[in-house]
Ligand binder design. Structure first.
Ligand code: RP5
Length: 185
């Protein structure tokens, strides 16, 4: 969903980050959260990034998500100029495979926090879910969608476990699962 006063803005340091950060956008779409995705670097277009963060803050954006790789200062640069929560997603974009961006995103000095998720796709997805959780604090309908999502996650695990148990019984309902421990649902 695209809007001039988006509830969430996803910043990316480069268009090369989109294949991963698109997962965050997909989650926000699923939860019907109005958002924008923008390419703007903390280093290559610093002034523009700061200007945009200030403009979106003024327009009412509630949460910022920042995905960047290598020396990932994007989330920190946003957090420096907005009082709104900033969630950083470290990306694997250099020979250090994301360890560089993980540390440069997470290791903020005291006083200017950034919430930091896992490296890569799981982190992008979780950044969006965390944003939804923050928004759900003051939105009961969003909270209901979140609870339904969690419920679906659990059902999926139960379904997968049931399939595993069927497979291990080899079709017989009387044989116990083999292996070191019995799997319990
Ligand atoms: C970071 O450098 C970007 O966030 C990206 O992850 C990485 C590489 O950028 P490109 O060289 O692909 O533009 O600033």
């Amino acid at each position: 969903m695209v809007d001039n006063s988006p509830t969430v803005v996803i910043f990316m340091g480069s268009d090369s980050d989109w294949p991963v950060m698109g997962k965050a956008s997909q989650v926000l779409d699923e939860f019907r959260v109005v958002h924008l995705a923008i390419v703007s670097s903390a280093h290559r277009s610093h002034d523009r990034t700061v200007r945009m963060a200030r403009t979106f803050t003024r327009r009412g954006t509630r949460v910022f998500i920042a995905g960047a790789g290598a020396a990932a200062h994007l989330a920190g640069a946003l957090a420096a100029v907005t009082p709104r929560p900033v969630i950083g997603v470290p990306l694997a974009a250099s020979p250090l495979a994301g360890m560089d961006s993980l540390l440069s995103t997470a290791q903020m000095p005291g006083g200017v926090p950034v919430a930091c998720t896992a490296i890569g796709e799981a982190g992008a997805k979780n950044a969006a879910l965390l944003a939804v959780q923050i928004l759900a604090l003051s939105d009961r309908r969003l909270e209901a969608r979140l609870l339904a999502y969690r419920d679906a996650l659990e059902k999926d695990v139960v379904r997968k476990d049931a399939a595993l148990q069927r497979q291990r019984r080899g079709g017989s309902s009387r044989r116990a699962p083999e292996g070191r421990g019995k799997l319990v649902r």
